[in-house]
Design a protein around this ligand. Structure first.
Ligand code: CP
Ligand code: NVA
Length: 322
């Protein structure tokens, strides 16, 4: 263990609710400045001379582009290290790789398979490690999603978010984030894929303080009742490709559609979110490309969340209030 252990960002569970609020707020400020063609004075050149290593063992569009663009926006240098670029996994252990890379850079942003890999990486790293997706969590996506939600619902306390789909990484951090913000959550997953009790417990712990309600069902219609936002993700996450045919059968009835929303009695102004990449089976084109859909602003917001996360964990070294 390094003498002065840096603060890492592996899950929304690592944040207090006021820290989450600060991250979202900084992301929002960065967005307004960038949209106006400006740079916030407090962000100008703050990563000058610093390198952000991006160790990605899986494909990525949004996380890669947003992180690289965020590093450049702050004056730093993003160094993308795909799985075929470095010795990791073939000639070198995660532990040794982490020690070596962290000795030369200011932050490691890592996309891994098992969450235990990023935990191990963070234990050996002498610089902050930011989770760019593991099989358990996707914190950068959840910060983005709260920003996207408050753009539509400036005072989100008490609104209802319905998740209809898989029990996965994106859901677990989103549920914790919603619980920290006082957003009520209803989750429908196929009965063969219940939300693991440890993940549910993390969200329930956060909800205990905010007063959010969290319910899990296996019935999409019941879940969308009164929902202000309906969210889903792919039914076949990276690494599950061989289970595709089986999973498509298991998720029958879980496609998000106007018909589902109407049958279930969603709020009349319900909006749709999806972290992307999207496949047609989990949501109809009609919803995905409709004015209800927030998916493209949500994707753009990844940039602002990445800026806020690099500022909080690299520039401010984890001291960002709360
Ligand atoms: N939403 C998300 O993380 O997308 P990528 O896999 O393209 O990074
Ligand atoms: N659940 C998906 C999210 C991709 C951003 C996966 O893990 O592949």
């Amino acid at each position: 263990t390094p003498l002065f252990a840096p603060r890492h960002f592996l899950s929304i569970d690592d944040l207090t609710s006021s820290e989450l609020g600060n991250l979202v707020n900084r992301a929002k400020k960065a967005k307004h400045a960038i949209r106006a063609g400006q740079t916030l004075p407090s962000l100008k050149g703050v990563l000058a001379g610093k390198t952000i290593a991006m160790m990605f063992s899986k494909r990525s569009t949004r996380t890669r582009v947003s992180t690289e663009a965020a590093a450049v926006y702050l004056g730093g240098h993003p160094m993308f290290l795909g799985k075929d670029d470095i010795q990791l996994g073939v000639n070198e252990s995660l532990r040794d790789t982490s020690k070596v890379i962290s000795s030369m850079v200011s932050c490691v942003v890592a996309r891994v398979g098992h969450h235990s890999d990023i935990v191990q990486l963070s234990k050996t790293s002498t610089v902050p490690v930011i989770n760019a997706l593991s099989d358990s969590f996707h914190p950068l996506q959840a910060v983005t999603d709260i920003l996207t939600i408050i753009e539509c619902f400036p005072d989100p306390k008490g609104i209802k978010l319905a998740w209809v789909g898989d029990a996965n990484n994106v859901l677990y951090d989103l549920a914790i984030a919603c619980a920290k913000c006082g957003i009520n959550i209803s989750i429908a997953t196929p009965s063969v894929y219940p939300v693991p009790s440890d993940m549910l417990q993390l969200a329930r712990n956060a909800a205990h303080f905010s007063g959010s309600s969290i319910e899990t069902t296996h019935e999409p219609e019941a879940t969308v009742k009164g929902a202000h936002i309906i969210v889903t993700d792919t039914w076949v996450s990276m690494g599950q490709e061989s289970e595709k045919a089986l999973r498509l059968k298991q998720f029958a009835g879980f496609q998000v559609s106007s018909d589902l929303a109407a049958r279930g009695g969603a709020n009349k102004d319900w909006r749709f979110m999806h972290c992307l990449p999207r496949k047609p089976e989990e949501v109809t084109d009609e919803v995905f490309y409709s004015p209800r859909s927030l998916v493209f602003p949500e994707a753009e917001n990844r940039l602002y969340a990445a800026i806020a996360a690099l500022e909080a964990f690299v520039v401010k070294k984890g001291n960002f209030g709360g």
